[in-house]
Structure formats: structure tokens, C-alpha cells
Design a protein around this ligand. Sequence first.
Ligand code: ZN
Ligand code: ZN
Length: 269
Amino acid sequence: MSEAKVTILGCGSAKPTKTTSPSGQLVELCDKSFLVDCGEGVVLTMQKLGIHTSRLYNIFISHLHGDHCFGLIGLLTTLGMLKRTQPMHIYAQPDLQKLLQPLLDYHANDRLYDIIFHPINPRKHAVIFEDRTVSVETIPLKHGVPTCGFLFKETHRVQREDGSFDYETRKRYAYCSDTQYSEKIVPIIEGVDTLYHESTFLNEHGARSKEVKHSTAAEAAKIASLAHVGKLILGHYSARVEDHSLFLKEAKPIFDNTVLAEENLVFEI
Ligand SMILES: [Zn+2]
Ligand SMILES: [Zn+2]
């Protein structure tokens, strides 16, 4: 079985820059792929990295700000051109279908595959996906619009000495973007192997960060520390900060095992 990993397809915030596209990442667990958020540019990055979409069946959208969903219509029409026939499941709040359906009817009506929308309530912590080896839970976040993160759990069936079977959770990965500092998420993400937490701003932008309901690198590190996670990945950088090492500099004294997301990087979970 392949390793649990996350590939960064985009880690910028709303405004694309020369080096960062808006949010998107591919989570791989138990030989399955899950797309989390789909900002503009995600389909292009997937093509550049040679990521095949034939094993992708599930897409999770954290919220409806454009930097997290403007890439969807491009991806879904591309899949139509590739003559995809397997269904695609999209987990997002109900408004996404309302917004996307007219575009799909206009641009992708001749597609050969079904798109199945699964409405989720971003304000409620709940299991929204479950199969034999992977489950996904929502993580309610604090942002300007209804937003949730996602907690991925890898579960394996193990045989006990007496021959009976039990289930054991192995890797856990939490995606928390976009959000302002919120300790409410700590019990949900306690002890995860890897946490991706948005880090839009630096300490010097603290007031602006609160105003637009985002987090600083130091706040992301504080959450990682309180939740005793294994590793913290920072991302969702503001376009106003060109040198991403500044985020690391502010986070590391609070949580040492912190790394920077950059487009095309792959992290073990
Ligand atoms: Zn965003
Ligand atoms: Zn947002």
C-alpha cells in the first residue's frame, strides 16, 4: 500500500501571485485520492505533476470563497473532455450546487459522468464520508462565511490473537483553512499526525488578520502546539508576503516541527 501523503496544488490566498495559486491539495490515503478545495489553477498544476484523475472520486470544498472553488468548473469540464464515465462526488455546503449547476448545464452538459452533490453543514462536526479504510469528518471553522476543515482518518482492519477482527486508526490528517484563531478545533484535531493550518498573515498584520477572519503563522503554531500534532504545514499565504520564510520564522519558536507548503511539494502525512 502506498504511503499516506498530501500534494500541494495551491497554497496562496485570494490573489494569485507568480509563485502561488489559490488553495488545492490532493490527499492520498490507502491508495485512494481525495481533492481538498479547488482554486483556480488546480487543474493546471495537476496536469504539470502528471496526476491522473481516473482514481479521483471525491472532492471536498471547505467554503465558497472563490480561491477555494473557482477551479471546479475547469476541472469538471476537463474530466468531460477526458471522456470520464465514473461518477464524481462533491462534498460542500448546499449553495455550491446552486452556483455550479447553471455552469455545468451550459458548459458540460454532454459529459458522460454523473456529478453527485453531498450537502454538508459546515457548522457541525460530523462524519461526512466513510468507507472500509478512510473516513472524513468536518471541522467547524471561524471565517467570514460558513466554513469547515476536514479530518481524514485511515482505518485498518486488524486480526486479534483470538481470530476476531478490530479496527485501528492509523494516519490522521487535518486540513484547516480558512479560519481565524479558534481553540474550539483543538479537541477535534488532538494528536493528528499532520495539520495543515492556514497562515495568511505575519504578526505585523495582526489587526488585518482579525478583521478578515484569518490567522497568523504564530496563531497556527499555537493551535498545533495545543493540539499536540506531529507536524504543522503552513499555507494560504497572503500575496503581500513574498518571502514565505518569514512565516516559518514566526511559527517555529512556538511549534518546532513546522514546514512551509509550496506548490508541487509532497508531504508524508
Ligand atoms: Zn481562502
Ligand atoms: Zn475564505
